[in-house]
Each structure stands twice: as structure tokens, then as C-alpha cells.
Design a protein around this ligand. Structure first.
Ligand SMILES: [Zn+2]
Length: 368
């Protein structure tokens, strides 16, 4: 990693560090008084170590100080190395979405790991996490299945400041959809029920609200807008864990994609011109954020930072080569660039954040 300064935050500093190499995302948060949270994981290509663990080591913080490890959803760009993170964060509760889909349910249900499903790496990580947590003592033994409006962690710091971490999603409707997907696995139920709606993992992402008393941060996961008033971002505006607070820092939903945009986010959840941080997403022909995404984000904020400013685009290939690759079902992958990082710090009660960038990170506004 093109490293940031190695000094850890002070006890009375709120810190949000976003890590991402161009495909992958992890957020490490200091809640105050040496209590930490890790949200998602990606791998540091140079060392092969999960980026949040590399980062904590680089600032000399023991993973034992992590109180919560949250998996926002089971997509590979958010999950790589997460089982190792859970293993090393021995005093952390593990949190995942309550809206499990059928393959995630099977991974949880098959304790011997021998079901016939061909696992994605995300599902393999889930199985490994269950192996790790099941050897722990309660209450760390069982994953916490997050649903909207649940408080995941609450603590009172030495100065009397109450700090709370809460899930803003998935909504009850999204959880119900997940159960229907699982029901599809049971033939008699399926015969009666007929067609079951598809449930994409982004729709079931756990968006997180971090309230440190006089300020808050919104972690948007990959939560997308939805046509329904009962799912996606719309119900989040009415969440009762927010209680009139506005967040001054925002981990932009779904890599800045328009699908993760909702006016609710800016009109109900964030301060005017909030500090926005994102990781890009580059895979195959998909590159996020697109130029129009950056323009939209920079209309809402003058401070938008990406962990990797220039993500290499995939070279166009000869059409015959493209066709052959398609027939072979091969997928080209650019080599991940070096891990990038954006670190935000502020003393509790201070007005402004300080922003530190790794050498490949950068500001996105004012350059289109
Ligand atoms: Zn993602």
C-alpha cells in the first residue's frame, strides 16, 4: 500500500479509512477510545494480507480492539479475506445481512461444507467465518443478522459520549424476499408458490450509521435504489436510529453508480456538501464511477475522494479475439493497481475533517 502516516488516531479522534485497489473495498473506523469497526474486506495485492489488517498493523493497532466486523453483502469485491479478519479480530461481533439468499443459506446450513453448490469465493468466506465463530463463546458465537433500524454496537466513551453503530438496511421487505428465495429450495413449497422474485445481493446490503454523539458517518454499502417504497434507499430516510442527526461523512453507495443514488441520501441523511469517499469498481467492461457519476456526485459535494484516482481501462481487443474469449467463457482481468486509501480524521467536537490520501488516491471534483 502506498502508505499513510503510521500514527494512530488519538483516543478522542473519529477516524474513517477507506481502502480499495480498484476492485475491492474495506472501511476501518475508529469509534473513539481505541474501539474499532471493520466493514468489508479486500486483499492487499502486494502482501496477500486483508487490507484492513495491514492497515491496523501499519498504525500499530491490535486487531483485538475491533468490536464489530460487518459484511455488507456477499459480493467478491467486499468479502476477500474477511474470514481471516474475523479470525484475527477475536473480540469482534460478526454482522451480516439478515436477507440471506439461497446460496448463502446453504453455506450456513451445510456445517460439513459438502453441499453440491459450486461456491463463489464470497460463499467460501462465509463458510470459513462460520467455522471460526462457532468455536467462540457466546455472544460472539453466532453471527448477528442485521435488519434495518437495529443497533449493532453501543458504547459510552470516557468523556461520557454515547457512540452507536446501527444498520439502516435491509428492510423487512428485502428480508422477506430472501426467505422466499430460500423457500424455493423446498420443492413442495415451490410447487405451491410459483415464481419467486429474484433478489440481487446489492439490494440486501447492510448500510450502516455510525453515530459518535455530535456527528455521524453513513456507510452506503452497495445499497441501490429500488422501485419499491419499502426497499432500497427510500425507507432509510425514515429510519428511527438517525433521530434527526445528519452525517458529515459518506462512503458513497455502490462505487458512485447512479443505481446507488437517491435524493433521500442527500436530503435526509447528510449535511450540506458532505465529505464523500468512494472506491472505484473495475471489472470487465464495467467501470464505476462513470464520468456522469462523478459529475452528479460533485454537484452534491465539493469534496469527493476516490481511493484510486486513475483506474486503468481494459484495452479494446480485436472482435474475433473478443468472440473467442466469450465462447471460452473467459473473462479478462486487468492487474489490480496498488491499494489506495483515503483517511478522514477529526477530533470529537471539531468542525472539520482532515483528509489524507495515499499517492494513488485523489479528489474527483473540478477535473472533468
Ligand atoms: Zn461493490
Amino acid at each position: 500500500m502506498a502508505r499513510l502516516a503510521r500514527k494512530p488516531p488519538a483516543n478522542d479522534e473519529f477516524e474513517i479509512t477507506l481502502l480499495g485497489p480498484g476492485y475491492g473495498e474495506s472501511i476501518v473506523i475508529h469509534l473513539g477510545a481505541d474501539e474499532w469497526l471493520v466493514n468489508d474486506s479486500c486483499l492487499d495485492r502486494e502482501s496477500g494480507v486483508p487490507a484492513p489488517l495491514s492497515y491496523l498493523e501499519s498504525i500499530n493497532v491490535d486487531p483485538k480492539m475491533v468490536r464489530l466486523v460487518i459484511a455488507s453483502h456477499w459480493h467478491d469485491d467486499h468479502i476477500r479475506g474477511l474470514a481471516r479478519v474475523v479470525k484475527e479480530c477475536v473480540q469482534a461481533k460478526f454482522v451480516c445481512s439478515a436477507a440471506l439468499r439461497s446460496n448463502e443459506f446453504l453455506a450456513l446450513a451445510s456445517t460439513d461444507g459438502h453441499n453440491k453448490m459450486r461456491p463463489t469465493s464470497g460463499i467460501s468466506e462465509l463458510r470459513s467465518i462460520v467455522d471460526v465463530t462457532s468455536s467462540r463463546q457466546p455472544p460472539l458465537r453466532t453471527p448477528v443478522f442485521a435488519v434495518a433500524d437495529t443497533v449493532l454496537h453501543r458504547t459510552v466513551l470516557g468523556d461520557g459520549r454515547a457512540v452507536a453503530v446501527a444498520a439502516l438496511s435491509p428492510s423487512p421487505e428485502q428480508v422477506a424476499n430472501g426467505l422466499q428465495q430460500i423457500a424455493r429450495l423446498i420443492p413442495e413449497v415451490t410447487a405451491r408458490r410459483g415464481r419467486v422474485p429474484d433478489l440481487l445481493p446489492n439490494a440486501t446490503s447492510v448500510a450502516v450509521w455510525v453515530d459518535v454523539g455530535d456527528d455521524a458517518a453513513l456507510l452506503g454499502a452497495d445499497l441501490e435504489t429500488s422501485g419499491s417504497a419499502a426497499s432500497g434507499w427510500l425507507p432509510v430516510g425514515d429510519s428511527n436510529v438517525i433521530s434527526g442527526m445528519r452525517a458529515s461523512a459518506y462512503k458513497v453507495a455502490h462505487h458512485g453508480s447512479v443505481t446507488g443514488h437517491s435524493d433521500v441520501i442527500y436530503d435526509r441523511l447528510l449535511t450540506p456538501s458532505p465529505l464523500c469517499v468512494l472506491t472505484p469498481f473495475r471489472r470487465g467492461r464495467v467501470t464505476l464511477p462513470a464520468d456522469q457519476d462523478i459529475a452528479r456526485l460533485c454537484e452534491r459535494s465539493t469534496s469527493v475522494y476516490s481511493t484510486v484516482k486513475h483506474v486503468p481501462k481494459r484495452q479494446a481487443l480485436d472482435s474475433a479475439v473478443e468472440r473467442t474469449l466469450r465462447e471460452m467463457r473467459a473473462r479478462l482481468q486487468a492487474i489490480d493497481p496498488t491499494m489506495g486509501a483515503v483517511r478522514l480524521r477529526k477530533k470529537f467536537g471539531a468542525a472539520d475533517w482532515s483528509v489524507e490520501l495515499s499517492s494513488n488516491a485523489g479528489s474527483m471534483c473540478g477535473e472533468l
